[in-house]
Every structure is written in C-alpha cells, then in structure tokens.
Design a protein around this ligand. Sequence first.
Ligand code: AMP
Length: 480
Amino acid sequence: MPTFAELGLQAPILAALKDVGYEEPSPIQAESIPPLMEGRDVIGQAQTGSGKTAAFGLPMINYVDPDEREVQGLVLTPTRELCIQVTQALRTYGRHKGVDVVAVFGGAPIRSQQAQLRAGGHIVVGTVGRVKDLISRHSLVLHSTRYVVLDEADEMLDLGFLEDVEKILSLTPNSRQTALFSATMPLEIQRLADQYLYDPVLVKVAAKTLSVDTVEQFGREVAAKDKPAALVEVLQAERPEQAIVFTRTKIRCDQLYRTLRDQGLNVKALHGDMSQGARDGVMISFKEGRTPILVATDVAARGLDITTVTHVINFDVPTSPDVYVHRIGRTGRAGRSGRAITFYEPRQARELEAIEVHAGIKMAPWTQDAHVAPTAPRPAKPRRHAAKPHDAPAVANGAAPPVGKLAKLIIAGGRADGIEPSDVIGALAGGAGLEGERIRNVRVLERFSLADVPADALETVLSSAVELGGSPLRLEVARS
Ligand code: AMP
C-alpha cells in the first residue's frame, strides 16, 4: 500500500489527513487517486464505508487553485444527507490549503446558498435538483468546472435524477475530468459512463473487502406479528451503543418508531415523509450520540456515515443483497467490530439464503446469548448509550420486575417542550428513588405526557417533586 505522500498529494492536504488520523490509503483510495491525479476519468465501484469520499475528494482538493475565484469542482449527490456529509469531509481535507466548499441542497433557503456562492466557493457539493435550480437562476456558473464527481450514481438513477444529471454535465466544459462512483453498475449507469466519461479507469472494490468483513452477522427467524417484541428482546440482549433499525417502508418505519417510543425507548425515526428540518434534527441527534436507536428506511439512511454505529438490525429483510451490504456497511467501520441481525419470516428463508450467497457471507442464528458466545468476542468498551432494560418494560422478558397494579399519570409537558420519554422516566423515577424500569407505558404527546407507575409507589412519586425539562414537574392522576 503506498502512503498518502507517495500518491503525490500536496503538503497541506497531507497535514489535513494527519489531523484526521488517516494512516494509509484505503484500497479504493490507493487505486483511484493515482489516475485521478493524472487527470483521467474514473469509474469507482464502491460503497459508503470504503473511503470513496476521500478517493475522489483528495485529488479534487489537490487540483483546485485557491487563488482562482471560480467553481472548479462539482460533486453531485442524490440526497441532502450525503451532500452534507461530503461537504464536511471536503472541508476537512481542504482546510490547510484554503479551499472553500459550498453545500447546496433542497429544503433549505435558496437565498443563503446564493449568497454563499456569490462570496465564492472553489468546490460546490450539491443535490441534483438544487444544483439545476441554481444554474437556471444564474447563481451557479460551471464554465470553469473541470473536475466533476457523480457520487452514488445508482441512487441518482433510483431517484429519477439521471436526466437532470446529464443536463448538468452538458453545462460543464468538455475538457472536464469526470469521476463516477456507484455501489452497483446497472445498465443505465454504464450507458451514462459511456456517454460522459472519456476512456475511464475502472476501479472496483469487491464487496467482500468492505467493512462487511468486520461485522458479525446473524439471522433470526420470527413471525411477522412477533417482530416488535423480538426487536425489543434483541435490543435488551445486545445493548447497542448505537443501532440503526431498517424497515422496508416509510409507514412501517413510523409504526415501529411509535411502538418503540411507547415502550419508553429512546428512539427516533428517519424517513422520506418527514420534513427536511425534522430529518436534520434526527441526523444531528443521532450523530452526536444523543439518540441510541434510529428506525430508518433505506432511502433516508442512504450514505449515512456514522462511525459509532455498533448494530444494524434489519427489521425487514433487505430487498436485495446489494441493499443488505449497503445497510450493514453502516457498522463495523474503521477497525471497529459491528453486529448485524436480520429478521426473516419463515417464508423468507429462501430470500435470506440468496443474500448469503450473493454477499458471500453466512449468518449465524441469533440467540439470546449470541452476544456472549466464545466465537464472537466483543471489545470491552464503555457503552455510553446502552439501551437499558428500563427502556423497554412492557415487552420485557424475565429480567424485568413483575407488573403489579399500575396508576396512570398525566404529566404537564410534551414534545412541544422538548420532552422525551427518557426525561419522563428520569423525572418520575429519579425523584421517588424508583428504578427506571418500574415506570411503564410512557407516551410523550404534543403538550403532555402519560406514564404508568406502580400503584404502591404512587404516593412517593406524587410527593417527590422533581424537575422536568427545567420546570417543576406537574402531575395528575388520571381517572379511568
Ligand atoms: P466513506 O466511504 O467516504 O463514507 O468513508 C467512510 C469512513 O472512513 C469515513 O468516516 C472516513 O472518515 C473514513 N476514512 C476514509 N478514508 C480513510 C483512511 N484512509 N483511513 C481511515 N479512515 C478513513
């Protein structure tokens, strides 16, 4: 493996790489950077997690002349999330060289993006729709853009952006250099490459060499109706630091989110029907580690790069082996080990097998104590955000205390006040000196919240005034 210095990158870039602690190029970087530095077009077949952003980004930063106030590099992304992620990475790599990177994406005020473009930007990273929009408003001019990257081209195809991508490409100089990165190579993408890339170098990182190798993979057969309970059981046994739970559709995502939330779990949902603002909030909260469990659809979680994800749970069987590899590529990154658990219904055993064959892996059956099996050693590291047993009382197994008579409480304060289920549990249990798991059926509604407490602890809870969300806790016993 060559070193970054041997790849010929400029000193300020090497300094930036030192800052972020990259010791050596990843395989996709070692193969893509030399041809890109020579000015050649490249087709990179690689997934998130392979280091593809630096593979196209480092030569781009190297290419840019900071003294020239024009857009010299353009990265097109299918989603806003990926756009933000790539922007952050490029800013990091280009910091010492003084390269300005501007992100443009839909769902945010176009005016501030126009202002940023007016103020200058050597590299623009943008979603297809917003880039097109800004071009038509003459806010984005591509006549000096000689380094163009299409990131996750297959996703652009899936989202129906291909025509727009072609339009944008046709507005850049013919003499441009083009890199196309894609996890898969459907015919339409090959055709796009044939038409818009010149004599490209093909760089492929086999799925097997991806981070998937460092992920322990399990399957769990479960009937459709038992899935939510099985999930809670898995979360309790595994105690993930951070987990992404994948569902097949937005509706299922929302349903599962509500179910888990109503169990008192600290969970958030991420799907395409949410407003951009809400999605951003969730992404930030997850990235910062404040949300331990994220229920997401494939589209919404596309390209998510979160190094702290310890678990990926496929609540629904992925629709293809590619999707499977893509999903579990979210965990087990950068030398960490991760765990992936795939739920399948008895009738889906064949689908699971097909995934195993195509992805070249074998899933072991998941059991309650699969996580302590001697063949599956786990790194002993502190878990900041473990899903505690009290987070999931209602479907809890033997570990939870027996349910006695419960009293229902109405608590002033809800989502509108930024209250989360864990806050309610903390406020009720904390003041009364109860164990968190004795607070049950927590539901946070818009303006107020509901929770059940053991009837024998009701007096204590009522008399121990604790704060909730910064104000004194106001409680009332519900009359049922
Ligand atoms: P990507 O596939 O571009 O989303 O990158 C996946 C993750 O790997 C990101 O968190 C990068 O910061 C990290 N990464 C990329 N290149 C390297 C490298 N050469 N050494 C260590 N980590 C890297």
